[in-house]
Design a protein. Structure first.
Length: 318
């Protein structure tokens, strides 16, 4: 296993008060990897993370995931969110904040649209939703996949039958500019995580495994398969191109007005969100089952110096 250690972004410090944060989890955009980290951070900080489970727009995400999260936009459909909840996450469209008392802020991760769809196609094969020779057009026609899912969720569309066009792209971009606090991409996941660590005062995070790596097109992919892939993501490509150019990744009003600039403040603790059974219980505190521990920096460096020497520990110091 290879590990990545992400330090807080240099010179970035978050404000003391942070409202309820809603993570718009768009399928196959490294959201599950981020939610694993989010759960561990919540346990280590004594903060509650609430996940709304289910699919969205009827897309196939796995056996038994039949709940449609877009229904959360309907009045009274979203479960009451207790005050102690710090993060709300799920395949939720923009707009659920209207059913929550108090202030909210959104965060999200996007992904290059065609790579995201290829990953979703592979996911469906692995979960038994379809076979490798299933025509891509058939999956869109049946509703197992949906066109332009990133624009749809960020624009706050509730009906999967609603056409997605230029108006929805502009709405999604306006939401990102005006309401979303931190916006990242799967391709720049570590930059997104470094900003979150700094703005939310998290410990440094060390995670293992992949976070939605590039997927190959299915063997024997035809010209028709590739054309369908392009045709169904016109709006998402426009949205992604704009977000990929966006700097910075966060809203300036989330930054502390009094914290000093300059170098990043070194975190004295490191949150490990990967399972290493060889670590005895005396090495750090178990904060999320067997696969998350909060370690002092000294204990981490002592335990993982061999991996770093072998080139299996990558350190991201933004």
């Amino acid at each position: 296993m290879r590990l990545t250690l992400v330090e807080p972004r240099a010179g970035l410090h978050g404000a003391a008060e942070r409202p309820l944060t809603i993570f718009t989890h768009i399928p196959k955009c490294a959201g599950t990897a981020f939610e694993t980290i989010l759960d561990a951070v919540g346990k280590s900080r004594g903060r509650t993370v609430r996940r709304i489970r289910g699919s969205i727009y009827g897309q196939f995400l796995g056996p038994g995931k039949f709940q449609n999260c877009e229904r959360a936009l309907q009045p009274g459909a979203l479960p009451k969110i207790p005050e102690e909840v710090a993060f709300l996450t799920g395949h939720l469209p923009f707009g659920v904040h209207r059913q929550i008392a108090g202030d909210c802020i959104y965060i999200t991760l996007l992904r290059e649209p065609e790579a995201r769809c290829r990953s979703h196609f592979r996911h469906g094969i692995e979960r038994g939703g379809w076979t490798e020779d299933t025509p891509l057009a058939d999956l869109f026609a049946s509703g197992a996949l949906i066109d332009n899912p990133q624009v749809r969720q960020l624009a706050g569309l509730a009906d999967p039958d609603t056409p997605c066009g230029e108006r929805e792209v502009k709405t999604a971009l306006r939401h990102l500019e005006e309401v979303y606090g931190v916006v990242g991409t799967q391709e720049r996941f570590d930059d997104f995580l470094a900003a979150m660590i700094a703005l939310y005062d998290w410990p440094a995070v060390c995670y293992g495994g992949n976070r939605g790596s590039e997927e190959e097109e299915p063997e024997g992919g035809t010209a028709a398969w590739r054309q369908t892939l392009r045709d169904r993501h016109t709006c998402d490509r426009e949205l992604y191109a704009e977000v990929a150019r966006r700097q910075p990744l966060w809203r300036r009003d989330l930054e502390s007005r009094t914290a000093p600039g300059g170098k990043a403040v070194e975190r004295r603790e490191i949150l490990l969100t990967a399972s290493f059974p060889r670590l005895g219980p005396e090495v750090g505190a178990v904060v999320w089952g067997p696969s998350a521990r909060l370690l002092t920096r000294d204990a981490f460096q002592q335990a993982f110096a061999p991996m770093q020497a072998q080139g299996r520990l990558r350190i991201v110091a933004a």
